[in-house]
Write a protein that binds this ligand. Structure first.
Ligand SMILES: [Fe+2]
Ligand SMILES: [Fe+2]
Length: 260
């Protein structure tokens, strides 16, 4: 089964490049996952944007620390299983940390977890994913895919070994920089530290560079704006055997809008 997984969509420039890519390439994929935590002007996601993404052919939207930026999404998170937020926020907050989606008669589980190194303090992603994997044993999904939204490469590689053999694919998001370390462990678990971002590459991880530089230079708060030129899509395509749940191949995608 062919999966397309797209790195953080940054505002309307990110949505434009995703639309262009999917219009031309959607038919190559069986199932499409995107990270939408920055899809509304760089901060969070709205229900309208989520619906637009499903309309383009997206099956599941994962998120991260920015999921809470737009309050209107809170009730939507409780009603829409195709939009998930990191699992390891304290119990009782809106939304779900994973979903099991029946697609072409195959049960696909997508889990979103968040790191704790240089990130907001939340529950242990290690403990909470154990709990989730235990809880879904009865449903027994054929394929399990994990978006680990985290800053530190060490935490992501630690999670790779922790989930070795237990999931089909673990990929990182949040840094917005595509890494070149994709690999498949002997057990058949696929891994890449970060799948990058989709949007403008003329800024600083998607944001207008002057404001971000000003913040680094002065430490004063700034209003960040999404950057709009030099658009690229970042992500991976992964082939996963639906019978064994093992990852067969991972290919990076890093294309300018003109190369699509
Ligand atoms: Fe992000
Ligand atoms: Fe993030």
């Amino acid at each position: 089964m062919n999966f397309l997984i797209v790195g953080d969509i940054i505002g309307s420039p990110g949505r434009t490049v995703l639309k262009e890519y999917l219009e031309k390439n959607k038919s190559k994929y069986d199932f499409i996952i995107v990270n939408g935590e920055n899809s509304a002007g760089g901060f969070g996601i709205t229900s309208k944007i989520a619906e637009t993404l499903y309309g383009l052919g997206v099956n599941v939207i994962t998120t991260g620390n920015h999921i809470w930026d737009k309050r209107e999404i809170y009730p939507y998170l409780d009603s829409e299983s195709r939009l998930i937020r990191p699992l390891n926020y304290p119990k009782g907050v809106p939304g779900m940390g994973y979903g099991i989606y029946e697609h072409k008669n195959i049960k696909i589980c997508v889990i979103n977890i968040q790191g704790r190194v240089f990130m907001p303090e939340i529950d242990s992603p290690f403990e909470r994913i154990d709990e989730a994997l235990e809880n879904m044993k009865e449903e027994n999904p054929s394929i399990i895919i994990v978006d680990f939204h985290a800053e530190a490469t060490s935490e992501k590689i630690a999670m790779m070994w922790y989930l070795d053999e237990r999931v089909s694919l673990l990929y990182g998001t949040h840094t917005h920089v595509l890494t070149a370390d994709e690999r498949i462990l002997q057990s058949g678990t696929g891994y890449i530290t970060d799948i990058g971002m989709t949007g403008s590459f003329d800024g600083i991880i998607g944001t207008e560079k002057d404001r971000v530089l000003e913040k680094f230079l002065t430490s004063l708060p700034q209003r960040f704006e999404v950057c709009e030129t030099n658009l690229r899509i970042n992500g991976i395509e992964a082939n996963i055997d639906e019978k064994t749940g093992k990852c067969i191949s991972i290919n990076r995608i890093n294309l300018s809008i003109d190369e699509i």
